[in-house]
Design a protein around this ligand. Structure first.
Ligand code: B12
Length: 222
């Protein structure tokens, strides 16, 4: 996590997560804003880095599921403070349409929600299908809404195969060429994206925006 050289408030947010003082998170995020820190900095260097650290502590057996749940709640409470500042005015002419969701069997929503917010901020029309979304539902939603891009989020090694499932469903429906399929989430990788022949992989929400822009900018919308 990136607390080297960070402001005392960001260091405070880091400590709130690692010391399980979760109730302090929204107040510290607000303090950061009052001190003039950018919402994006508080998100990237504070919240995102910290919830990942909670996940590492969980993996190492240093915290248990209830702490991870409390960490997720604190994350959302901090995000509630930041989100109005990250959200842009809706644009009259959307850049394109993105259908997004977390794949079947996977209820992790925080990263998907950031990607969704950042895409909206960048001017995309976003259809958010939520979490635990069946492959067939992605296909139906993309076809019905005339989407340009399908964004698939998967956080677990047990659920990431569902990203391939969506691509196979598209192919079976004869619609594979109609949509730019991008994959992300902690369980996905560049190599995985290549293996399943996805059109793009992004490590961050900013990558998701860049990929979606690349797609609509190329003018090969179907
Ligand atoms: C918070 C959390 C939870 C919360 C989720 C709350 C919520 N509403 O989302 C709770 C406590 C409910 C939870 C439950 C579980 N969890 Co959990 N969880 C996490 C944790 C700590 C953080 C995830 C997160 O929100 N990260 C922050 C966000 C911002 O990051 P992100 O999702 O990666 O998204 C960023 C990028 O990936 C990218 N991105 C995301 N999506 C997309 C999509 C596209 C297209 C692109 C381009 C980019 C992109 O942009 C985002 C912003 O930059 C992770 C640890 C980790 N390292 O990920 C474990 C983790 C994912 N969980 C894990 C596990 C095991 C579970 C449980 C099975 C635990 C249990 N025993 O019940 C359950 C799963 C239930 C289910 N069926 O899904 C494991 C998975 C291990 C594996 N098999 O791979 C992890 C890795 C923890 C660990 N180290 O063991 N979890």
């Amino acid at each position: 996590m990136s607390d080297g050289g960070a402001s005392p408030t960001i260091t405070g947010i880091v400590t709130a997560f690692t010391e399980a003082e979760y109730e302090r998170v929204p107040e510290l995020v607000q303090r950061g804003l009052d001190e003039g820190l950018a919402a994006q900095t508080l998100l990237d260097e504070g919240l995102v880095a910290d919830i990942r650290e909670v996940g590492e502590m969980f993996r190492r057996g240093e915290v248990y599921l209830p702490e991870m749940m409390l960490g997720a709640e604190a994350w959302q409470a901090g995000m509630d403070v930041l989100e109005p500042l990250l959200r842009a005015e809706p644009q009259a002419e959307p850049k394109g349409k993105v259908v997004i969701g977390t794949v079947k069997g996977d209820i992790h929503s925080l990263g998907k929600n950031i990607v969704s917010t950042m895409l909206k901020t960048a001017g995309f029309d976003v259809v958010d299908l939520g979490t635990d979304v069946a492959a067939s539902s992605f296909v139906t939603a993309a076809v019905d809404t005339h989407a340009d891009v399908i964004a698939l989020c998967a956080l677990m090694t047990t659920t990431v195969p569902q990203q391939r499932e969506v691509i196979e469903h598209l192919a079976a429906a004869g619609r594979r060429g109609d949509f730019f399929v991008m994959v992300g989430g902690a369980a996905a990788s560049q190599a995985w994206a290549a293996e399943i022949k996805a059109d793009g992989y992004g490590e961050t929400a900013a990558d998701a925006v860049a990929l979606a822009e690349q797609r609509v900018g190329r003018g090969d919308r179907s």
